[in-house]
Design a protein around this ligand. Structure first.
Ligand SMILES: [Ca+2]
Length: 342
């Protein structure tokens, strides 16, 4: 009954705006019960205007390209040897150095406030959007509707984002139909999902708005805050490459820290009495492990806490490796530049 009432409201809203009945798109989400039910729940529980939400649904339909893209992201189909060059190209490095120079002051401020390495903040913005140049041109509400209502595998996550997107639009005075982002509904220079936009994004230039598209200051503060909110360890290590294949059977099992680093080297240390004596007093250093297909074959890596924090941005270990490598490259080139200037 409620949905029928909702439908009447929609028709009335169309009549009120003088819209012709024959322009109604029957493929739109306004014709899907689950979408109407979700909109109606927001109207009932959070005071959204029901007819307005329905008019939004009427304007969006399933986007096949979104479903296609989400089912084959680069990090799932490529090896490390193939993935790395996509993000470590010379243009991305040069532009990253320039971005860092331009926003050095705000990056330092963010480092002081949140304890997050500025190289990582710049690298994330570089990997995500080429420092704000490519923030995505998929209409966000259509993308999120498609993923919430037509991608059952991750519907719970994307429906939560769908709800939050509408709250965010209401709070920030956005027209939901004009906001563009990635195929997954990630927005702005740091590609924030709606819940992150709400929970982690900051007005870091103090103009009273949180604008992750046009304010690099806001994007920098927001990315640093995002990492700090996920327990970034100031000055903590990222990764450590091993020269030979570890014998531990569990190696490669998870990049999330799960074992004591010392346990890998116990055998080597057996004949070194002093090391053995000190060992009891050592605090365990928890690490994860990762095996990558590099240019010259397998690579063995230990992954530390901050590596895992970076994967909270994007769960792919290849993504975190690319961010870390780009960050190192940016830091190095910036140092070269400084020593050349002297
Ligand atoms: Ca701002």
């Amino acid at each position: 009954m409620r949905q029928i009432l909702g439908w009447c409201a929609l028709v009335l809203a169309m009549v009120a705006t003088g819209e012709e009945a024959e322009t109604v798109n029957e493929n739109s989400y306004a014709f899907r019960d689950e979408a109407l039910a979700r909109a109606n729940a927001l109207a009932e529980n959070e005071g959204f205007d029901e007819a307005y939400l329905q008019s939004l649904l009427l304007a969006v339909e399933p986007d096949e390209s979104v479903l296609e893209k989400i089912s084959r992201p680069a990090e799932k189909t490529k090896t490390w040897a193939e993935y790395r060059p996509i993000f470590l190209d010379q243009a991305r490095i040069d532009n990253g150095v320039a971005f860092w120079d331009e926003y050095a002051e705000v990056l330092s401020r963010a480092e002081e406030t949140f304890g997050v390495d500025p190289a990582i903040v710049v690298a994330i913005i570089g990997v995500e959007t080429r420092y704000g140049k490519v923030t995505g041109n998929t209409p966000a509400f259509a993308a999120l509707s498609t993923l919430c209502f037509d991608y059952p595998k991750r519907a719970a996550f994307f429906c939560e984002q769908w709800d939050e997107f509408l709250r965010l639009a209401r709070r920030e005075n956005w027209n939901p139909l004009q906001i563009q982002g990635s195929y997954a509904g990630a927005m702005g220079m740091g590609q924030f999902m709606p819940t992150s936009y709400t929970n982690d994004a900051l007005d870091y230039d103090g103009d009273g708005k949180v604008d992750l598209w046009n304010s690099a200051d806001d994007a920098i503060g927001s990315v640093a805050n995002y990492l700090a909110n996920r327990d970034w360890e100031s000055g903590g290590k990222y990764v450590e490459r091993l020269e030979e294949a570890p014998t531990a059977e569990h190696f490669g099992q998870s990049h999330k820290p799960y074992f004591d680093r010392n346990s890998l080297f116990e055998k080597k240390q057996e004949d070194e009495q002093i090391v053995m004596e000190q060992k009891g007093a050592e605090t365990p250093v928890m690490v994860g492990s990762l095996v990558l297909e590099g240019l010259e074959g397998e690579e063995w890596w230990l992954t530390y806490h901050n590596f895992f924090v970076i994967t909270r941005y994007n769960t792919s270990p290849l993504y975190a490796m690319a961010v870390i490598d780009l960050a190192a490259e940016l830091r190095e080139q910036r140092e070269d530049q400084t020593s050349d200037d002297e």
